[in-house]
Design a protein around this ligand. Structure first.
Ligand code: PGA
Length: 256
């Protein structure tokens, strides 16, 4: 059915030499058994993607990779932006869109997120669309409806065919980088709500195909429990993906 995806969001960490070093360590450790059971991806900063790509393609590694953002625009006078054309040329499999840090620090709205998702899809890059509520919303008990509203708006303009090709990451903002992990039940509750919403809005088949990840303080010690939820298909991993031993152990969650 749905193959789990473990994606390491490195955020603004590591220069290109450190990135090569980390990918080399991962490459020595992962075996075909790992790649056959889980899709494994690294998401380095833009400045390291070329180095990571050269290593992965040069050595024929089955490790996937992608970017942490993508421009909503195709090309032209958008200083500082990186386009889907450029990322596709580098062979990126994924682009994260609408990460809560981009929504918070860079003013990304659901409208921008949906444009970025469409930009990725138009270059055959899988967008990993991030959604999730703040602590305030969670405490008010509105987390499911808030997150579904974000999903609806972030998928604006996407066709059913598009939706079959995306990944959604449920990342409660209060659990990111804080050490506070949502319980397995919390993750499952929202993941199953998102799947139901997609099934109702599109088709049951598309709902069943879409991979829904959990993100927020995932570690080797909590991943097995989180993955036990039938609607959780993997994780977006921040801090723990910078440590190769942790990241490998997360990808091998079935062995815990
Ligand atoms: P964290 O980050 O694992 O460090 O909490 C997750 C994310 O922001 O994707």
């Amino acid at each position: 059915m749905r193959k789990p995806l473990m994606a390491g969001n490195w955020k603004m960490n590591f220069n290109h030499l450190e990135a090569i070093h980390l990918v080399q360590k991962l490459a020595f450790t992962f075996t075909d058994d790992d790649y056959n059971t889980v899709d494994i991806a690294v998401l380095p900063p833009f400045t390291s993607i070329r180095s990571v790509e050269t290593l992965i393609h040069g050595d024929g590694l089955k490790l996937q990779f992608g970017s942490q953002d993508i421009s909503a625009f195709e090309s032209g006078a958008y200083t500082g932006e990186i386009s889907g054309v450029m990322l596709a040329k580098l062979g990126c499999h994924y682009s994260v869109v609408g990460h809560s840090e981009r929504r918070l620090f860079h003013g990304e709205t659901n409208e921008i997120v949906s444009k970025k998702a469409r930009a990725a899809l138009s270059h055959s890059i899988t967008p990993i669309i991030c959604v999730g509520e703040s602590l305030e919303v969670r405490e008010a008990g509105n987390h499911v409806s808030y997150t579904l509203d974000q999903v609806e708006k972030s998928l604006e303009g996407l066709s059913a065919e598009n939706v079959a090709a995306i990944v959604i990451a449920y990342e409660p903002v209060w659990a990111i980088g804080t050490g506070k992990v949502a319980t397995a039940q919390d993750a499952e509750e929202v993941a199953s709500g998102i799947r139901k919403w997609i099934s109702n809005r599109f088709t049951t088949k598309i709902g069943e195909q879409t991979r829904i990840l959990y993100g927020g303080s995932v570690k080797a010690s909590n991943i097995a429990e989180i993955m036990a939820g039938p609607n959780v298909d993997g994780a977006l991993i921040g801090g723990a993906s910078l440590d190769p031993d942790e990241f490998v152990a997360i990808c091998r969650f079935r062995l815990h």
